[in-house]
Design a binder for this molecule. Structure first.
Ligand SMILES: Nc1ncnc2c1ncn2[C@@H]1O[C@H](COP(=O)(O)OP(=O)(O)O)[C@@H](O)[C@H]1O
Ligand SMILES: N[C@@H](CCOP(=O)(O)O)C(=O)O
Length: 353
């Protein structure tokens, strides 16, 4: 018997200014996995029974080895936690990826969510509901904002449950044990650590239908781990209070229809991550400080998308003008950009023909 299905996962913009590691917005650009499992084949010549093909962003760099590729490694993690050492004979996964890598649009979050769903579907693990899949995602991508948005869709707030000391230890297991490095084609037989139950939670916020997202995408990458290394370990009380005041406003401001530009502009300010990431993204502070609803018609607010370098401008009109304006500011720093008009998106879907 053969089985074919498509997994479709949106990209995401995390933080939306003050919501560092909390807020995520799923957006209308989708990673797709076109999967066929041909169980009629008695055996497979592919490593781990899985053949990968790939088109789109990162085509030259992304590995087609199922032990190395992030999506299939994540799927293998889910399978191995359930006593299945490899993909079913014979699995083929065609990856279509329009999400630019390392730009702050949640490409890795989408890859992790799609990988977890791939493991569930290939393993016939129908008992795993979305909340349990979220736990698996959090063992790999350890900030919940991108994976929460990509899995559940829409505009979400994410939070982690206080865990018992034993569960904390399990959740903090080094990533290398969750996703072991390729062992030269040899299956070591090790069973990876299962996630604790109910680590991650989410809540959906309203999104005013007039608000669209303009993503201005510079032509250089900032790996998320590097953009986290530049953040301080401690913050001043004033800076924390500044962000708390804005995070209390943000979901309300972005849900109100018609939108109030001054309120949204204020609600999107941040002092916890953007000022530090300026060192990696020339022009960031100037863009965030100078683009206001008073100076730019249609604009509601501007922030760094995720860990950057993409800039997210929320707006109700004048989308192209806003994008051109921000691209011109990057150009003065010698940085070329592309841009996309995006809308809030549904979460991950699995479709069978
Ligand atoms: N579709 C994909 N297939 C395989 N690996 C991917 C895919 N998308 C992202 N990745 C991995 O995630 C990395 C980018 O992650 P990260 O630095 O967190 O940036 P982003 O902001 O895009 O999530 C890529 O360099 C690649 O290793
Ligand atoms: N909260 C994280 C979000 C990272 O998002 P990404 O799209 O850049 O992976 C952070 O700000 O580090």
């Amino acid at each position: 018997m053969s089985d074919s299905f498509v997994i479709k996962t949106p990209c995401s913009s995390a933080n939306i200014g003050p919501g560092f590691d909390v807020i995520g917005l799923a957006l209308s650009m989708y990673l797709e996995l076109h999967v066929t499992v041909d169980r009629t084949n008695p055996s497979s010549s592919e490593p781990l029974n899985c053949k990968i093909s790939y088109e789109g962003e990162g085509e030259e760099d992304i590995s087609l080895d199922p032990q190395v590729n992030l999506i299939t490694r994540v799927a293998l993690y889910v399978l191995r936690c359930h006593g299945q050492r490899s993909f079913p004979v014979e699995t083929s996964v065609h990856i279509k990826n329009p999400i630019p890598l390392g730009r702050g649009l949640g490409s890795s979050g989408a890859a992790v969510v799609a990988g977890v769903l791939l493991g569930k579907e290939c393993g016939g693990l129908t008992h795993l509901d979305d909340d349990r899949l979220f736990d698996f995602c959090l063992m790999i991508e350890r900030h919940p904002d991108n994976v929460g948005a990509a899995l559940y869709g829409g505009f979400v707030g994410t939070y982690l449950k206080p865990l018992t000391p034993e569960d904390v230890a399990r959740k903090e297991i080094p990533l290398s044990e969750v996703l072991p490095a390729p062992a030269g084609g040899v299956d070591t037989g090790e069973v990876p650590p299962e996630p604790p139950l109910g680590i991650g939670h989410h809540i959906k916020f309203r999104w005013a239908p007039e608000i669209k997202a303009v993503a201005i995408i510079p032509q250089f990458e900032v790996p998320t781990h590097k953009a986290r290394e530049v953040l301080p370990a401690e913050y001043s009380r004033n800076d924390v209070t500044f962000n708390l005041q804005r995070i209390a406003l943000l979901p309300v401001a972005l849900g109100q229809s018609p939108p109030d530009p001054d309120l949204i502009y204020l609600a999107m300010q941040d002092k916890l991550h953007q000022p530090y990431r300026q060192t990696l993204i020339p022009g960031l502070s100037e863009i965030v400080e100078s683009m206001t609803p008073a100076s730019q018609p249609g604009l509601l607010g501007v922030c760094l998308s995720g860990a950057g370098p993409t800039i997210l401008a929320l707006a109700t009109s004048h989308f192209e003008e806003i994008a051109e304006n921000i691209m011109a500011r990057f150009k003065r720093q010698g940085i070329e950009c592309g841009w996309k008009l995006l809308e809030p998106a549904e979460g991950t879907t699995v479709t069978r023909a």
